[in-house]
Design a protein. Structure first.
Length: 503
């Protein structure tokens, strides 16, 4: 994510000064309502501590959908409903086991023969990866960070478990690199007929987490595990010192056919242009090792509380505002894609999409999906949020969360850019729990989301038109979004018309 600052303090002050008095008054009323005491903490406690991790196809996910319907109704929505869609495969992890075997010699004199080194590695399966029947004494080969040169150095990988190294996760760029480096490693492993891949975790202190390298909910091509950093590096050191290493590995994943999931949609009806709409959204699903508090329960609760704040302010927007809790985000943005496709005939009426999906770090600004035409107005509408430290609007095109398909459909999109705070270490991890949530900051984020979504919905005219396919492609090239799609393996889908606006 390019951290380019497009809005200086001076320009922000000018934009704020140019804001019509009615906009300023409305913003103040909504911010005041948002900062009042609310059921925010109780809502998130119920979603995380009581319901827990929420993988589509599980009872917990169904309970989360029911939670969303009830919470949005209580918050004062004019209407609430769930919209179903289909995910191609169900998946859950069995009892993954990984035992490491090596031998060493006693002393420099190398007398006494070989002694065994045996230890149990902490490991979990990568999500939506295939199962592996129990396999004994499988040789391990170190392929470094998985570059072509590393694979060439490793030699024959057929029938072996590949150990792939990583760096400790600290920044957003580190996180994006973790995702982008996996596909070519998988390609090389499949081509070389490897048995499985063991990715070393990017977190320290034995923290395990869940990722998927599946793009559209499909079952991946090769078994994969994520091994605790300390165990993975120990294996690497054993190999580097000349000790052959073998593993006994079992990955008994449970894989099934298509499953149904659902998005939850609430609405405040517009007073003048009810057929036009703004979307404020966050994803409701999560991985199940933790309870999905930072990713993304806190922001599901934010969406609910933003609705409550707008209703409590007594203000009515010109356009409708849809508050959407998407499902299937972790499996490849499946819920938001299903919604964008199902509602494609009405996307000409969409006046903006706002997405929160980065924990409870301070919001520093928004990325507007490569739209220079909406930049000045977006700066003006967010000027009242400078009091919270939100000072930038930038023209990046980003992927990785639920704005993506709307952006490629030509709708103006705004993704909240947030500070890392405690998000990185806990991302998708066993440690992603309720106690990690910064509720003081979350309330400020609620105020920002409520103010900006209301302001977009209340403009006399939409902030910008829906872009044509050619305009979207021009933005992709100008912002290097085409490189983003190519690196993530989605460019062919875009070029063929399987992805994004059709014309």
């Amino acid at each position: 994510m390019l951290k380019v600052l497009w809005l200086s303090f001076v320009l922000s002050a000018i934009c704020f000064a140019a804001t019509p008095p009615s906009e300023t008054d409305d913003a103040a009323r909504i911010i005041e309502a948002a900062l009042q005491p609310s059921p925010l903490e109780n809502n998130l406690h119920h979603l995380t501590d009581e319901i827990g991790g929420r993988v589509p196809g599980t009872p917990a996910m169904q309970h989360a959908v029911e939670w969303g319907v009830k919470a949005l109704t209580v918050a004062g929505a004019d209407s609430v409903h769930a919209e179903g869609f289909v995910i191609p495969n169900s998946w859950s992890e069995g009892a993954t086991e990984m035992t490491v075997n090596a031998f060493y010699e006693v002393g420099d004199a190398k007398v006494g023969g070989l002694l065994p080194t045996i230890f149990r590695a902490h490991a979990v399966s990568v999500a939506w990866a295939p199962a592996l029947a129990p396999a004994k004494h499988v040789p391990v080969v170190d392929v470094g960070s998985g570059t072509p040169a590393d694979f060439a150095k490793a030699g024959d990988i057929s029938g072996k478990v590949l150990l792939v190294h990583s760096v400790v996760l600290k920044t957003w760029d580190d996180l994006f690199a973790e995702y982008s480096k996996a596909p070519p490693v998988i390609d090389a492993a499949v081509k070389g007929k490897a048995k499985a891949i063991a990715f070393i975790a990017t977190r320290e202190h034995d923290i395990l987490y869940r990722h998927t390298n599946s793009a559209e909910g499909e079952i991946d091509r090769i078994p994969q595990v994520l091994v605790a950093r300390e165990d993975g590096e120990r294996i690497g050191r054993l190999l580097a010192s000349g000790h052959p290493v073998w593993v006994d590995l079992s990955i008994p994943n449970n894989i099934g056919g298509p499953i149904k999931s659902a998005n939850v949609i609430a609405e405040i009806k517009g007073s003048e242009k009810p057929d036009e709409f703004v979307i404020l959204g966050a994803h409701l699903d999560s991985w199940e090792l933790g309870t999905g508090a930072l990713d993304n329960g806190c922001n599901a609760a934010l969406v609910v509380d933003a609705l409550r704040a707008i209703k409590a302010s007594g203000l009515k927007p010109r356009r409708s505002i849809r508050f959407i809790l998407f499902s299937g985000e972790e499996e490849g943005l499946l819920g938001s894609r299903a919604y964008a496709i199902a509602h494609r005939p009405e996307l000409d009426k969409a006046a903006g999409v706002i997405i929160y999906d980065s924990g409870t770090g301070k919001t520093t600004g928004f990325s507007d999906g490569g739209r220079n035409d909406v930049l000045d107005t977006a700066k003006r509408l967010t000027a009242p949020l400078q009091q919270f430290g939100l000072t930038t609007v930038k023209t990046d095109m980003e992927s990785g969360t639920d704005h993506f398909d709307f952006m490629l459909e030509g709708v103006p999109t705004f993704v909240a850019d947030q500070e890392e705070a405690n998000y990185m270490e806990n991302y998708h991890a066993v440690s992603d729990t309720y106690d990690k949530v910064d509720f003081v900051q979350l309330k400020k984020n609620v105020a920002e989301a409520a103010e900006f979504s209301f302001a977009l919905a209340n403009l006399p005219e939409k902030i910008g038109p829906r872009f044509t396919r050619s305009q979207i492609e021009q933005s992709l090239r100008e912002t290097h979004g085409d490189e983003m799609l190519k690196s993530s393996g989605m460019w062919d889908a875009w070029e063929s018309g399987r992805l994004g606006r059709q014309k």
